[in-house]
Ligand binder design. Structure first.
Ligand SMILES: [Zn+2]
Length: 298
């Protein structure tokens, strides 16, 4: 058994996950969810994670702990480099060591690994979701931002600095500033935050689900089309670059009924002819649990 943790700005979710056995995929045996400690300081978050790990590992033999980190991590997969929604003390922090220390104070000696949360999502889809047995695939999570994870040749693509797979920052259109410091990026237009801002400017609901329900009304369609078009460009460019067997869409926005077909329809015209036939676009069935499965198997 392993433990996977999905560390979010508001919620900390942890799961005890069984190993793959005899061809059957891993499954979540126990799951706990609690609020991330206010202030998100290193010491309080480490203690909170050590607490849930101690609770989940009671009476079971746990081999390792994996943590999905909401931000950039270094190539060694030990240090967090930049967590946009966490205090600066997380910059260049050895997370494996800090959590290992917090666990030892509770009498637990467990191996700790970390991975970027969007990458954990991809790994989870590969171990327990749509992409079991698939060697080349890409996942996008459409939420506050656009997360992306790339598996190629059966392995997670990490790049020379550990930063590969930032598909939400593909340059798609215009020159609007992105929160990351660049301009013209996909997530500025396609993610929930940008979509909400454009909707609010027209007096439409900021919540994507509510906005989606208004499809057919001209003003709502205008906002939604910009979102879908930016995401379709992102998907098409990714396919041209990586030739994946499958593209999986997850995240809160993926729950909008029919969004998979809508994205497919808009991505196909951007694709070169051979790629139009090979596009296999799917909506994640694991949802948020994908990151937990991924974290548990790093
Ligand atoms: Zn960006």
């Amino acid at each position: 058994m392993n433990i996977g943790i999905d560390l979010g700005g508001h919620t900390l979710i942890a799961a005890l996950v069984s190993d793959e056995f005899g061809g059957s995929p891993p499954r979540i045996v126990r799951k706990v969810s609690e609020g991330t400690p206010p202030g998100r300081s290193v010491s309080r978050v480490m203690d909170a994670m050590a607490d849930v790990i101690a609770r989940l590992s009671e009476g079971v033999d746990v081999a390792a702990v994996g943590v999905a980190i909401p931000g950039m991590i270094d190539a060694s997969r030990r240090h967090s480099l930049k967590l946009p929604n966490f205090p600066l003390e997380w910059d260049d922090l050895d997370v494996s060591e800090a959590l290992g220390d917090a666990l030892r104070r509770k009498g637990l000696n467990l191996r700790v690994r970390i991975e970027n949360d969007a990458n954990c999502y991809a790994i989870g889809e590969g171990s327990a979701g749509e992409a079991i047995g698939v060697r080349d695939f890409v996942t996008f999570t459409m939420g506050t931002g656009i997360g992306c994870g790339i598996v190629t040749g059966g392995a997670l693509l990490t790049g020379s600095h550990g930063m590969a797979g930032e598909g939400g920052h593909l340059v798609v259109q215009g020159s609007a500033p992105c929160g990351c410091g660049g301009i013209g990026h996909s997530e500025t237009l396609a993610a929930a935050d940008g979509t909400s801002a454009r909707a609010a400017a027209k007096g439409l609901p900021a919540d994507f689900g509510e906005l989606w329900a208004l499809r057919g009304a001209f003003e709502a369609d205008e906002v939604i089309e910009t979102t879908l078009d930016a995401m379709a460009r992102t998907i098409a460019s990714t396919c041209h670059l990586l030739d994946p067997a499958m593209v999986i869409i997850g995240g809160g926005m993926s729950k909008a009924p029919g969004i998979g077909e809508a994205l497919r329809e808009r991505a196909v015209p951007y694709l070169s002819r051979p790629f139009k036939k090979t596009l296999d676009l799917r909506i994640s069935k694991l949802g948020n649990e994908a990151a937990l499965y991924g974290a548990a198997s790093i």
